[in-house]
Write a protein of this length. Structure first.
Length: 335
């Protein structure tokens, strides 16, 4: 009788312990199955990177069995090469800038297009009153040698009916680029709305912006890439990483303050206002397909067709088959 009473008293506790063991063992098993994956950005931290760090913090990759390691980079070309040679598993870079490398045989492919629309622009101080393309005539326009903007600037001129000889175009070193504009040494610089443009505004400057896409000159910009070897040998890992990326950007879009707070914790030197502005701006370049219900990361075929046509004409790319540059096979079917 006493034994029966003790059994009845202990039974609830035994059931609790048993239930706890059922929850802890799968977690241990999941931890044992984690696959490491490096994720190389193309530059040092900027606001649009914040969702990935937030996704890592929230466990969006761990729950998919991936131990993602975000790493800063030194340019899109450098990141493309480290992904292509297998030093990095996944990369985040300006695909429009490295498409020429793919054309020449670099074995990488876009597996999720985060930015369908370029933010290439002509930036000027508001006091210069340059608001439309025709206002550029006779002005001093500068670029940094080797940048993507100057490569496509002839396409912008053609689209707007302006001749190169009507402008005073000069190259300026990137170290003094913004200073030259503020000091009045040049009237216009080629840059990006959400990088150089936001930096200038964050410094208190009022600027005017002429966007390339507004005149039909649009190319794909940042996307998630991996090597053809990874696609062939570890497609499941690629799929899980992409799913984590999509969830990270989807969550980050509606949790800007949380993303900014974590970014400041990880990178104390960043400007929180600039980071918040860059992150809040990001949804404007996700693309029309996202607005229509596709998940963030979905690659828009039409954008790639237009991109390759422009790069064929102005950058000498020979291979204009979009399927050699991107795939939607790894993007989740819904957000």
């Amino acid at each position: 009788m006493i034994k029966d009473r003790m059994t009845r008293r202990c039974l609830p506790m035994l059931l609790v312990l048993f239930a706890f063991s059922l929850t802890i063992e799968p977690a241990r098993a999941q931890g044992a199955k984690l696959q490491d994956a490096s994720y190389r950005f193309n530059w040092t931290f900027i606001g649009s990177y914040a969702p990935i760090y937030l996704g890592v913090e929230k466990g969006f990759f761990i729950k998919r069995g991936v131990n993602l390691n975000p790493l800063e980079g030194k340019g899109s070309v450098g990141t493309a090469n480290t992904v292509g040679n297998g030093s990095d598993d996944i990369g985040y870079l300006d695909m429009g800038a490295v498409a020429r490398l793919v054309d020449k045989g670099l074995p990488i492919k876009c597996v999720a297009q985060i930015r369908q629309k370029t933010t290439m622009a002509l930036l000027s101080l508001a006091q210069n009153n340059i608001k439309k393309p025709q206002d550029l005539i006779g002005r001093r326009v500068s670029y940094t040698p080797g940048d993507s903007n100057s490569l496509l600037f002839p396409a912008f001129l053609k689209a707007t009916g302006i001749k190169l000889e009507q402008l005073k175009v000069e190259g300026i070193d990137s170290s003094i680029y913004l200073k030259a504009l503020v000091a009045g040494q040049v009237d216009v610089i080629m840059g990006y709305r959400d990088t150089e443009g936001f930096v200038l505004e964050n410094q208190g400057e009022k600027i005017n912006t002429i966007m390339f896409p507004d005149y039909g000159v649009n190319v794909v910009q940042n996307c998630v890439v991996t090597s053809n070897k990874m696609i062939q040998e570890k497609p499941d890992l690629v799929k899980r990483v992409v799913a984590g990326v999509v969830e990270s950007y989807t969550y980050g879009e509606s949790h800007v303050d949380e993303a900014v707070a974590l970014s400041h914790k990880l990178f104390p030197a960043i400007d929180e206002n600039l980071t918040r502005k860059q992150l809040a701006f990001l949804p404007t370049v996700f693309g029309d397909s996202v607005k229509q219900g596709k998940p963030i990361g979905w690659v828009e075929p039409g954008v790639w067709v237009n991109t390759l046509a422009l790069l064929h004409e102005y950058a000498g790319i020979q291979n204009t088959n979009p399927s050699d540059y991107y795939t939607n096979d790894f993007v989740p079917s819904s957000p």
